[in-house]
Design a binder for this molecule. Sequence first.
Ligand SMILES: [Fe+2]
Length: 243
Amino acid sequence: MLRLLTRSLASVAVIFAMVGIAGCSGSDEALVVYSGRTENLIGPLIDRFSDQTGIEVQVRYDDSANLALLIDQEGSRSPADVFISQSPGAVGFLAGKDRLTPIDAKVLELVPARFRNAGGLWVGLSGRVRTIVYNPELIDPSQLPDSVFDLTDVSFMGDVGLAPENGSFQDFVTAMRQISGDDVTADWLEAMSANDAQAYANNSAIVEAVRRGEIPLGLVNHYYNLRAIAEDPNTITQNYFFP
Ligand SMILES: [Fe+2]
């Protein structure tokens, strides 16, 4: 089960869903995309799509949760054809409200089965892996655990950095709830708190704290340490991937 959990927590970070609406975009209308992912990341993809297909696209950018609430409020009058969400929760909300329509089977087949909804309501667009970032001067990788559940061990007292208010941590907790259940997840969170896990504002702050030796390790997305290394090749912090 632990293996299943850690593997599944290599989570889908950005999700693509079709919004089920009455007034679909006719051939003379632009495709309307609501994107919870920012313009600097999505804009170039949209441009490339328009160049290749000749289809005009209008994009509304906002927070994923705001856009999901808007789609729900707009109901059958929503102009949105496509919803790109930064987090799974907003898509689950719309699926639960019956606001999504299945994606065409030909498109679904382009995406591996583990990264798409069983009912064909959404697919993963990009992924990230939850990893431990650690400082090899403070902890030997052989001491790192096989599972996040082992971070509650007293040997990690005060050692683990978390970003509780960060969306990626909250998505990670949501995944844990889905896979292991609410009780196990609540117990883990309480045990981490009791084990004096250290709270930081975000993933970057955790990587920085590990780097300057304030804490030996922290829970982050894999790319934050890769970014730190790209910016400064002398960065000593390393990613540890759960087995
Ligand atoms: Fe991020």
